[in-house]
Write a protein of this length. Structure first.
Length: 89
């Protein structure tokens, strides 16, 4: 009886431990994130952040307005926010 109880308790502890280790709060585009973690997709100038379980926020570059002879130039090969367009005059 004692061996059975010990075995069951071990299974419960191992199961709880695996849930804690394998649990993720958010999943986006195949990337698993815990609360507070961010993901910056390649080729897209934005960042996704896991704010709480199943709550993600996407952040993009701020909108810029400018004068005609200037143009906005960005580089999506760089991670967010370095990829955000800046005025080139």
């Amino acid at each position: 009886m004692m061996k059975s109880l010990t075995f069951v308790l071990c299974l419960v502890v191992l199961g709880a431990h695996s849930l804690l280790v394998l649990a993720v709060d958010c999943e986006f585009d195949g990337h698993k994130l815990n609360t507070g973690e961010s993901y910056k997709p390649n080729g897209r100038c934005m960042q996704y952040t896991c704010k709480a379980p199943k709550q993600m926020i996407g952040t993009t570059c701020p909108l810029e307005g400018g004068l005609k002879p200037c143009k906005l130039v960005g580089d999506v090969t760089k991670p967010y926010p370095e990829c955000c367009p800046k005025f080139q005059c």
